[in-house]
Design a protein around this ligand. Structure first.
Ligand code: BGC
Length: 252
């Protein structure tokens, strides 16, 4: 597996970044259902490397994914610490669900494993929460929804995360979950036109449920949205899923 270099949309230097403790460099990782991505980011949240990507292993056990992460690490210059966005429930660095990866992620100490493997401090959080840290304004109730292989969701009040929101597996319509309609399976099954209608419907549902002041739509499939976004609804760059990783090291 060779890492593929993707130029970041923001200015990034290709020079080997300085690893001063005053400006620690974070290797921000996004574990996704179709790709594993990583980029180095400085303390202020600016990219300081290109983005690297490898394909998510078909059988995405912890062992296989860690091998992919090793590839990403090799493709990047040095760094001081690690942040990971993980596509499932994760508490204190331990993963509990990963609907689009593999059941072996139940109870896996991801952050600890990376610390041992790479000898760098590591923190991990849900991928939609990390994406949220990269985009929210810190004002009022802000909901983040990511449309990718899975359906990510995170909720913030005045910039503070309300952890644990899992809209993906909440029942919706008859006997299904939101993710069955809005994730990649839904897009493949219903086609772009109907999927767009469903996304619109879900946005209305979330507005009634959370009374959000602002909604952000991210993830690889957000670019497939073909309707006009309403007031206070914004499509955000997929790169935020990496840039937000720096927030995991903030002093709260
Ligand atoms: C998981 C979420 C995750 C989302 C996007 C869902 O299947 O349950 O935790 O945020 O996929 O990766």
């Amino acid at each position: 597996m060779t890492a593929q270099t993707i130029k970041p949309s923001k200015t990034a230097s290709n020079a080997s970044p300085k690893t001063k403790t005053s400006n620690p460099i974070t290797m921000c990782i996004d574990i996704g259902g179709s790709g594993l991505k990583a980029m180095l980011v400085d303390a202020e949240g600016h990219p300081v490397s290109e983005r690297q990507r490898v394909v998510t292993p078909a059988v995405a056990t912890p062992r296989a994914v860690l091998k992919g992460l090793d590839q990403l690490r090799k493709a990047l210059p040095t760094f001081d610490r690690v942040s990971v966005g993980f596509p499932g429930v994760i508490k204190k660095g331990v993963t509990y669900t990963a609907a689009n990866l593999h059941p072996a992620w139940y109870g896996f100490p991801l952050a600890k494993e990376l610390e041992t493997r790479w000898k760098k401090p590591a923190r991990a959080a849900n991928d939609a929460a990390v994406q949220g840290y990269g985009v929210v304004k810190g004002d009022g109730v802000e909901l983040v929804i990511t449309l990718g292989t899975g359906l990510g969701s995170s909720l913030f009040t005045d910039g503070h995360l309300c952890p644990g929101l899992e809209l993906a597996h909440h029942p919706w319509k008859r006997d299904r979950e939101y993710e069955d309609y809005l994730g990649r399976r839904g897009l493949d099954k219903f086609g772009k036109k109907r999927w767009n209608k469903l996304v619109q419907e879900a946005i209305e549902q979330t507005a009634q449920l959370f009374n959000w002041d602002h909604l952000y739509l991210g993830g690889g499939n957000a670019k497939k949205i073909d309707f006009k976004l309403g007031k206070n609804v914004e499509a955000v760059s997929n790169e935020a899923g990496l840039l937000g990783g720096v927030a995991l090291w903030r002093d709260w």
